[in-house]
Design a protein around this ligand. Structure first.
Ligand code: 2M8
Length: 444
């Protein structure tokens, strides 16, 4: 089974390579996405480390002068009509040496430091030349990864409590998760916008899987709002209808600091390593004090405008398990939620017992491999090896039986969304190959 799965996964990554970057899927997502590149690099490291580094480098070559890493880097070879919202819609001005319309103006979870460290670790297996190349790539990436962290912890701390706010649900990577429903209810849904700007996703995928038109009208309106001031973050909270502190985005922000500590150590920046660890601790404390709900025993998204936690129980509320300094009470709470009938293995994107649990619709029920991969990491960080192994086996079985799909039906396991999906294939390689514990795991 493993050779067959390995070969098919490597085949997907071969098919989706686009010269200097990987596309998530040829038809649905024909550009480069930010957090996809991180997940993809983790798996590419086994079969083509040069491409893993190239993909990360392509993404960071498009980093903005303020440190933000755009959520999509557009491929100039594709037409505006190939993806909506495309380059002209985002209307990003030229920056640095990049021409206008080269990227979007929003971000995605900053998983790249975690990925860069994993690719570096693999390099040893590919011999001395690969190790040397890996160190040079880390040297190039390190200041850029730090700039990304600084942008998010400084410019995006809209709530003033030490966490980054997302200002579009696309920034979470969990586009239409019920986690955003309350905060999104305050965003005007102008359906007439969809007459002006046409959705393309429905032409290439099933409408019953995708966000609704009302969701999309809000998504478009939020981009127009942020775009109106050229994506400036100054006084953003006062003039933008959606701002949320997402537990998984911020957990990844904290985990990135821990990987940066590892990277700084390899590069000989020993003072910096300690500072990264302290920043990770501060982010962890802020997640606990601002996003934990003792009644549900898990983390929830917090509306930055109102200070209210959403009641929805979503997979994002489990991801802080990745953080080694999470206090024991929170670790136990998250583990109990994961083991409960609400989630199950592999973990669903939303509470299975909720009245609006939807087995098909994007991020409102289906199983995604990338968040399960993050949760497996969390289990390893907290020494739950047996559970981590059960989750690993469940993910491998799911992908082997059903293929490298974008997401999976939580009851039948049927593959849904785009086939030949890059992060599913890349993470399958990692799940087959890697039983090691993250470098920053809590001491047993
Ligand atoms: C999905 O998001 C894009 C918008 O960014 C879309 O729906 O068109 C999400 O699953 C996101 O997490 C992912 O990065 C992206 C590409 O795979 O697709």
């Amino acid at each position: 089974m493993s050779a067959e799965l390995w070969n098919s996964a490597a085949g997907v990554l071969e098919t989706n390579w686009a010269g200097d970057h990987m596309v998530p899927s040829r038809r649905l997502y024909p550009h480069q996405w930010s957090w996809d590149a991180a997940f993809i690099a983790v798996g590419l490291a086994y079969v083509n480390p040069t491409r893993a580094w190239r993909d990360l480098r392509s993404l960071f070559e498009a980093q903005w002068p303020d440190g933000r890493v755009p959520h999509i880097v557009f491929d100039p070879a594709m037409a505006e009509a190939d993806y909506f919202p495309g380059p002209a819609f985002w209307g990003v001005p030229a920056y640095g040496s990049r021409p206008a319309h080269g990227s979007t103006g929003i971000v995605q979870p900053p998983l790249h430091a975690v990925a860069a460290w994993e690719v570096y670790r693999r390099a040893a297996a590919h011999g001395a030349a690969a190790s040397q190349q890996a160190r040079a790539e880390l040297e190039w990436l390190y200041p850029r990864l730090v700039a990304q962290q600084e942008y998010l912890t400084d410019r995006r701390d809209l709530g003033g409590g030490g966490l980054a706010s997302i200002v579009h649900s696309w920034e979470s990577g969990l586009d239409n998760s019920p986690a955003w429903d309350d905060a999104m209810a305050n965003v005007p849904a102008d359906l007439s916008l969809l007459n002006v700007y046409r959705r393309r996703d429905l032409a290439v995928s099933d409408a019953s899987h995708r966000p609704t038109d009302t969701d999309y009208a809000r998504y478009v309106g939020l981009v127009l709002s942020y775009r109106a001031a050229d994506y400036s973050d100054t006084d953003l909270l006062a003039r933008h209808a959606f701002a949320v502190e997402c537990p998984s985005f911020n957990a990844i922000l904290g985990a990135a600091e821990l990987s940066l500590a590892q990277i700084a150590g390899v590069l000989g920046h020993t003072g910096a390593a300690g500072a990264h660890r302290e920043r990770a601790q501060r982010i962890t404390s802020a997640i606990v004090s601002r996003l934990w709900n003792p009644d549900t025993g898990m983390f929830h998204a917090r509306d930055t405008h109102t200070g209210k936690l959403t009641p929805a129980r979503c997979v994002s509320g489990l991801v802080p398990l990745m953080l080694p300094d999470l206090p024991a009470g929170q670790v136990e709470g998250v583990l109990a939620a994961m083991r409960s009938e609400r989630f199950g293995l592999p973990v669903t994107s939303y509470d299975r017992t909720a009245a609006d649990f939807d087995v098909l619709r994007y991020w409102r029920g289906p199983v995604w491999i990338n968040v399960n991969w993050l949760l497996r990491r969390g289990l390893l960080v907290h020494g739950r090896r047996d559970e981590a192994e059960d989750l690993r086996a469940a993910m491998v079985r799911l992908v082997h039986r059903n293929g490298h799909f974008e997401y999976f039906h939580p009851e039948t396991g049927e593959g849904l969304g785009a086939p030949c999906f890059s992060w599913t294939a890349a993470l399958a390689l990692d799940l087959l190959a890697d039983r090691s514990v993250p470098a920053y795991a809590k001491a047993a």
